[in-house]
Design a protein around this ligand. Structure first.
Ligand code: PMP
Length: 456
């Protein structure tokens, strides 16, 4: 891989591992029981582990390397910007920031015309909520169960899956509601139409019971990501939009994971477009794919009405690194590369022509697969012990030997998967080629026989 001497890197990797275990504190982990994988090099859709083995990266790291690793144009843009101007305070104008804001605003739907840059996804969510509260003068935020919004204090409380439990202080004003998820429908629905209708009734009920005059925002992922890639049934997001409009509630669409090509569209909310037109949220959060994760960055796209709230009134919030030049230069290069190389179109085609049909065949062949679902390069395989009862292969919020063995089999075969609870996600870079995807799916297919052995 580009410029890396693997023998040297393997030797350095051993030292890095020792130092890591001595001094590094890792996210979401019991530090004592960790055996983290070392990454010594990466290129395109591949990474090299500490022993120098090449692995196909079906995780896109944390579902963020949307144009793969070490894209030469983005690497060059970061180096060029570093040579020119490494840092600039948020109150000043900077060319990279201005251009990044334009490129993003031109791609977001409707009148999401103004961009506030953050350091990542969680702080984008925090700021979106603050903007919604200041704009409406109301306080409560409704958030979906089975959603993820980040690891900071409010964002983790907005999160609607078990990862929030240990830190959940019952954050002031946060109320959760059930969204649509037909495979495990809490509404006992049989069809997507029923699920949509009942989920919208549920949201209306929660709004009415909580008091519309107290609710600042509804936040939800347009397609929930780490919670399971549940594509909402047709009409659901349009219905949420209508409810928010009816009750004067700010609709915040979290596109941190699903945005920037992942679902085969620039933003996953575009899948929700109906004959009535596109579904346009009031605020939209993004991060990850906006620059393929090369420099930490995220942001909030703000509609005209909310932006106008802060025309004469100070927005009481900011970040030292809001619109950092290295980050925004990498955004400019990433979006331009995505356009030049039709990366979003590629993700759509790979999903429709390769991943979707192959996973459908795998579902028929493997009793451990309960359901496959997704779009673009954003797919989940829901693994179960028993197809009839749909008992998951690992408990909600937990892990299991069956899952661990299946993931180990992927790794042994040369594939780095993304796994969460009882699911394996197929989330390779958006610019991956068909041959690489087919190879990764073949390795996954083999590994799933390990999961099958744990079925009833
Ligand atoms: N929202 C969503 C939908 C996410 O998937 C994530 C990250 N997985 C976040 C917010 C938080 O982003 P970050 O980790 O960059 O803070």
């Amino acid at each position: 891989p580009g410029g890396v001497d693997l023998d040297v890197a393997v030797a350095e990797g051993a030292r890095a591992y020792e130092l890591d275990r001595a001094h590094v504190f890792h996210s979401w982990s019991a530090q004592g029981s960790l055996t983290p994988m070392t990454v010594i090099a990466a290129e395109g859709s591949y990474v090299w582990d500490g022993e120098g083995n090449r692995l196909l990266d079906f995780s896109s790291q944390l579902v963020n390397t949307n144009i793969g690793h070490q894209h030469p144009k983005v690497v060059a843009a970061i180096a060029e910007q570093a040579a020119k101007l490494c840092t600039v305070a948020p109150q000043h104008v900077n060319a990279a920031r201005s251009e990044a804001a334009r490129l993003i605003a031109e791609r977001t739907p409707g009148d999401l015309n103004r961009i506030f840059f953050t350091n990542g996804g969680a702080d984008a969510v925090e700021h979106a909520v603050r903007m919604a509260r200041l704009h409406t003068g109301k306080h409560k935020v409704l958030a979906r169960y089975r959603g993820y919004h980040g690891g900071t204090d409010l964002a983790v409380n907005l999160t609607g899956d078990p990862r929030r439990f240990p830190s959940d202080r019952g954050a002031h004003g946060v109320v959760h509601f059930n969204g649509p998820f037909l495979y495990r429908s809490v509404f006992h629905s049989q069809t997507p139409e029923q699920e949509c209708e009942r989920a919208l009734e549920e949201l209306r009920r929660v709004i009415e019971l909580e008091g519309p005059g107290t609710i600042a925002a509804v936040i939800l992922e347009s397609i929930p990501g780490t919670a399971g890639i549940m594509i909402p049934p047709p009409g659901y997001l349009a219905g949420v939009r209508d409810l928010c409009t009816e009750f004067g509630i700010v609709m915040i669409a979290d596109e941190v994971m699903a945005g920037f090509g992942r679902s085969g569209k620039w933003f996953s909310i575009e899948h929700a477009t109906t004959e009535a037109g596109p579904v346009v949220p009031d605020l939209m959060t993004f991060a990850k794919g906006v620059n393929s994760g090369y420099v930490p960055v995220g942001g909030v796209a703000i509609n005209d009405a909310i932006a106008a709230t802060f025309t004469d009134r100070v927005y009481p919030g900011g970040l030292t690194y809001s619109g950092h030049p290295l980050a925004t230069a990498s955004i400019v290069a990433t979006i331009n590369a995505m356009e030049d190389e039709d990366v979003v179109g590629n993700a759509a085609r790979i999903g429709a022509d390769v991943i979707g049909p192959t996973l459908a065949r795998m579902r028929d062949a493997h009793p451990s697969i309960g359901e496959v679902r997704g779009a673009g390069v954003f797919w989940a395989i829901e693994l179960v012990k028993d197809r009839e009862t749909r008992e998951p292969l690992a408990a909600y919020g937990g892990s299991s030997p069956a899952m661990a063995e299946t993931i180990a089999a992927c790794r042994k075969g040369g594939l780095l998967p993304f796994a969460n609870f009882n699911r394996i996600h197929v989330v390779p870079p958006c610019n991956i080629g068909a041959a690489d995807v087919e190879e990764g799916l073949r390795i996954l297919d083999e590994a799933l026989f390990v999961a099958d052995a744990h079925t009833a």
